[in-house]
Design a protein around this ligand. Structure first.
Ligand code: PLP
Length: 336
């Protein structure tokens, strides 16, 4: 399978879009990320939280334990863990979906591992000794969901061969019924990553969590140093994780917004090209030229979406009501 060796690109690059299209930063509707457009409402941060070093009082860890139902190591964004994990394993064959969050391929290759891609999860006959399989569930950018049963079976098969399963659940919060967390055993060969950037809309506080295997958590902890997560980030994360009423309302808001976005996009793209997750809708096109035409046309109207040139794919992040109306009227205008 062809491997893309470029440095990973990301959405949220409004500065670049503003320069390319000559539209001021503030006039854009940014749908290029999978970050919730209605974030957890951050209250004013007390002066002493800005001023004082964060002390390890266990409050964040307890809030995370309550929310995830499993011991979680707080890290400065799940991206930090994505970069660290390849350093913990001897050179391995690493398997990951062909279309997936590119940071994995990049960092595992940087560390000298052999990264191979799959279209469907490998079965027992395809696994070798000490393989590492990375699954993003739901996958970014394809929105594919993997069944719990299949992932557990894969983890067992890997365990027998001394391998590991890494599951990135950065986009899982709105659909906890698909999460591996309730079935995690501390000694199992599974690592799960979670993020406060997507569902909570708090990408700026750079806070994520590593769950699953205890040895991996302990090793990663020893690499963190004393104040890896800022005091304001810890203060905000602790409260956001504990706000159970908001979690319920946010799930409903996201599922509704995703449904509305799908209903709109299906007017312009064939239904079999659309796949949806609660935080984004993904469109597979016949060529990158078509994808580029859509991206450029929307960008001329100040709407920024994500294009994946190697995969002929576009990704629309969900919008609030105002954003959705703007997208709807722009698409109508472009269609004339
Ligand atoms: C699948 C996936 N995992 C992890 C991350 C990193 O998120 P963060 O470092 O903000 O927790 C991203 C960011 O886009 C992502 O798409």
């Amino acid at each position: 399978m062809a491997m893309n060796n470029d440095t990973p690109q990301h959405g949220g690059n409004l500065q670049q879009a503003a320069q390319t299209y000559g539209i001021p930063h503030s006039d854009w509707l940014d749908l290029s990320t999978g970050i919730a457009p209605f974030p957890w409402p951050v209250p004013p941060v007390p002066a002493e939280v800005w001023q004082r070093l964060p002390e390890q009082n266990g409050e964040l860890e307890q809030a995370a334990l309550n929310y995830y139902g499993s011991t979680a190591l707080p890290v400065p964004g799940s991206q930090w863990a994505i970069q660290q994990l390849p350093t913990l394993f001897a050179t391995s064959r690493v398997l990951i979906a062909q279309e997936s969050y590119e940071e994995y391929r990049f960092w595992w290759q940087q560390q000298g591992h052999n990264v191979e891609t799959f279209n469907a999860l490998p079965d027992a006959t395809q696994l070798r000794e000490r393989d590492i399989v990375i699954v993003i569930n739901p996958n970014n950018p394809t929105a594919q969901k993997y069944s719990l049963q299949r992932l557990q079976q894969l983890a067992n098969e890997l365990q027998q061969k001394g391998g590991w399963l890494i599951v990135d659940e950065a986009f899982m919060d709105a659909t906890p019924e698909y999460s591996l967390l309730p079935s995690l055993q501390p000694e199992q060969n599974i690592v799960v990553l979670r993020s406060l950037g997507k569902f909570f809309g708090l990408a700026g506080i750079r806070t994520g969590f590593v769950l699953g295997n205890t040895c991996i958590q302990t090793t990663l902890q020893s690499k963190l140093g004393p104040w890896a997560i800022s005091h304001p980030a810890q203060w905000i994360a602790t409260q956001a994780l504990a706000d159970t009423h908001w979690h319920v309302a946010q799930r409903q808001r996201l599922l509704r917004a995703s449904t509305h976005l799908q209903s709109l996009l299906v007017e312009y793209f064939s239904p079999d090209t659309l796949t949806a997750a609660p935080l984004f809708v993904s469109v597979k096109l016949d060529s990158d030229t078509t994808a580029q035409r859509w991206q450029q046309s929307l960008a001329r109207h100040g709407i920024w979406i994500r294009r994946f040139p190697h995969w002929n794919r576009l990704r629309f992040g969900i919008a609030d009501d105002t954003g959705l109306q703007r997208l709807a009227s722009t698409l109508r205008l472009m269609d004339q």
